[in-house]
Write a protein that binds this ligand. Structure first.
Ligand code: ASP
Ligand code: MG
Length: 437
């Protein structure tokens, strides 16, 4: 026997023994999918802390699948690294690069569990059976073949899966868009028919408003998918919107909670009748918007179509739109205002300048010193007077409203950035009077 093969034999024996300490439990309590975001796995201490939480669940007799993000800041620094090489990196190669962030965390997490004597195995997205389309950097999940995960779970392993990644049918690595580890967790919960899906993050749940701006904001016990979607796409930023859409489609009930303590978080689920008793569930603020006004646009068919077609062709998403033709201009011209994401403002202005003469508007005005505040609640469908209450709160505080838009479960307003935080606080006080200090 060579030294090399002796070493391998010892290795096998010790792995075998470690495993024998944990006889396979054919009866288990629950299948739990837990996702830990970048801040929860930011350094070795936090990874060990998460491992001890996972171990606790496992020791209670649950099957556990852990989805992890890259350690906080890693994805951003990988992007920077790529851009230091070439300004617009090839998207396929970018995905190969970014996927390493999560791959680092799964290995470290498996090691942390091993150090606690828990059998654990790491799987990349592709190894976990996640197949996506070919749209690199924003890939959509096509299907998941969970057989390998199931096999490990049956053998009582904790299965640790890299979030945010999958592969195409021919095996190219893809990523699911920023924040995509949430999507991985929800999709795995659906594919494995998990009993519980928990999204661990650095906040204790979803709040009535951003607690950093409104200190007496309340944590919600529950929220509907639709409310969550409005709040997350409008700046609450608790979770990636696509993952909430996915959860809604596949009816995955999940809980958003903190990895730093043991407090229950917020349950996200399908709307129930009793949810409508609450008129406003939450208030979001978005400081990443800019307003554009096209002054004296010819008031005739085709003006708006031409404008928004040009913006659409440049992949510029438009959010709120208002148009008002006044008798003063004999209905021949109209001002049209809309908002775009702030980073896209310059591009939008360039596109609009190009079509100025063909469309016939007189001027382009812009304002990036604005904020959008939205009140959201499924109860708005069945309650009246909500808009009046919102506008009243702002009027009492002497805050001017620049734009308004409404949908079935949401009212959004634009105010000057200097007044944004104050506006959020007075609106919160109006709709959540019991939390007033
Ligand atoms: N690491 C990826 C990102 O930073 C995915 C995630 O964290 O969910 O966007
Ligand atoms: Mg994240």
């Amino acid at each position: 026997m060579t030294i090399h093969s002796i070493f391998i034999t010892i290795l096998f024996l010790s792995v075998g023994r470690a495993h024998n300490n944990f006889p396979s439990r054919s009866i288990y309590k629950m299948l739990v999918v837990q996702k830990y975001g970048g801040t929860s796995v930011a350094n070795p201490e936090r990874i060990k802390h998460v491992a001890s939480r996972v171990a606790e669940y496992w020791e209670k007799g649950n099957k556990v699948v852990v989805v992890v993000s890259a350690m906080s800041g890693v994805t951003d620094s990988l992007i920077k690294l790529a851009k230091d090489i070439i300004p617009t990196p090839n998207r396929r190669e970018m995905d190969v690069l970014l996927a390493t962030g999560e791959q680092t965390t799964i290995a470290l997490m498996a090691m942390a569990l091993h150090s606690l004597g828990v059998p654990a195995v790491s799987l990349t997205g592709p190894q976990a059976g996640i197949v996506t389309d070919r749209s690199h950097s924003t890939a959509k999940i096509r299907n998941i073949t969970p057989s390998r995960m199931r096999k490990y779970l049956a053998e009582d392993y904790v299965v640790i899966v890299a979030g945010f990644q999958g592969n195409t049918e021919i095996g190219d690595i893809t990523t699911l868009g920023r924040g995509g580890s949430d999507l991985t967790a929800i999709a795995l919960a659906a594919a494995l028919k998990a009993d519980l899906c928990q999204i661990y993050t650095d906040v204790e749940g979803v709040y009535t408003a951003d607690p950093r701006v409104v200190p007496n904001a309340k944590k919600l016990d529950e929220i509907s998918y639709d409310e969550m979607l409005e709040l997350s796409s409008l700046g609450a930023k608790v979770m990636q919107s696509r993952s909430v859409e996915f959860a809604k489609k596949f009816e995955v009930i999940f809980e958003v909670r903190s990895s730093m303590n043991n407090k229950p978080g917020t349950i996200v689920k399908e709307e129930t009748k009793s949810m409508e008793d609450v008129v406003v569930r939450g208030i979001s603020i978005d400081k990443n918007q800019a307003k554009i006004t096209l002054v004296r646009m010819p008031d005739k068919p085709g003006s708006a179509a031409r404008t928004f077609k040009a913006l659409g062709a440049a992949s510029i998403n438009v959010d709120m739109i208002i148009q008002n033709n006044s008798p003063e201009t004999q209905n021949t011209a109209t001002d049209i205002s809309f908002t775009v994401d702030k980073p896209l403002l310059k591009r939008a202005i360039d596109v609009l300048a190009d079509i100025k003469s063909s469309t016939g508007f007189a001027e382009i005005a812009q304002d990036d010193h604005i904020a959008k505040i939205s009140i959201v609640g499924v109860g708005m469908k069945s309650h009246s007077g909500v808009a009046a209450m919102l506008f009243g709160a702002l009027a009492d505080a002497g805050i001017n409203i620049e734009m308004i838009s409404t949908s079935e479960i949401k009212i959004s307003i634009i105010v000057n950035m200097d007044k944004a935080d104050e506006a959020l606080r007075v609106i919160h006080a109006a709709f959540f009077p019991d939390t007033k200090k």
